[in-house]
Design a protein around this ligand. Sequence first.
Ligand SMILES: Cc1cc2nc3c(=O)[nH]c(=O)nc-3n(C[C@H](O)[C@H](O)[C@H](O)COP(=O)(O)O)c2cc1C
Length: 265
Amino acid sequence: MNLLILYESCTGNTEFAVDVIRRTMEQDGHTCEMRRFRDSGFDGLMGFDLYCFATPVQSFAPLASVYRFIKAMPKLPGRPAFIITTAAGWPGVAHRMMASALRRKGMSVLGAHMLACPDSWPIGRRIDRHFYDHVTFPRKRSIKKLQAFAVEMVNKAYRHREGIKVKQAPFILWPTLTLPLGFFAVRGMLSRGFGKRTVNAEACTKCGICVETCPVGAVSLNGNDGLPVFSNDCIGCWACFNNCPERAILSSACRPEHYYHGLDG
Ligand SMILES: Cc1cc2nc3c(=O)[nH]c(=O)nc-3n(C[C@H](O)[C@H](O)[C@H](O)COP(=O)(O)O)c2cc1C
């Protein structure tokens, strides 16, 4: 089976998740191509047997840039797809939004799975840093579940190809407590949770990592002396903060010890 994985990742968790899927697929003899949404155009989307769409959850919804891509991409009628999200644990309406957008493109959505990786959200670390500094995410058990899910998706795709009716993802809206928040979450609202953003001019080396890691191109090195500046397109993903090697990007809402430096950091 020939799989195309389209993914976006701000701090590396979703990239990690899709890499687990890629390795699982390749071990089973399938071919797998990974493309980042921000680097991918709409050319060459046809011709795959199975599609994986992967996104971090933000404000109980898929990443805004991922959702925009899916809404704008050409139709892929009848093609089987599945959804991967990584989230702190409350995907809200993310799976349902992704599934509806893919169905509008004529795709058959075979399933959706969330890998719990809560520790990259600075607000969570701020609330309980001790916990996040001592528990490693994602847990081994949840990685195994992710691998099993990928295998299940391939089996379903084979059945789908043979014309056997496969159960499509029902997308139960869970967990119920966060559902109202999902419905009422105003996109982009979390970017205001940053408080006031400043750049420590002495610490900043203008390396451009903040520009590179911003999934929506909201950071550029156009400020005084080439320092980073942030546009209103910012979606509040904290990627620039989390990835700054010098900890030069400061927020009045968060202290440097709350920063997350990726799964390896
Ligand atoms: C601004 C922001 C908003 C988030 N909103 C949610 C949310 O609504 N529900 C949730 O479960 N996790 C939420 N998270 C946690 C991320 O989904 C989680 O850390 C994810 O694994 C990040 O993936 P990435 O490393 O690929 O960017 C949020 C994180 C950030 C930075």
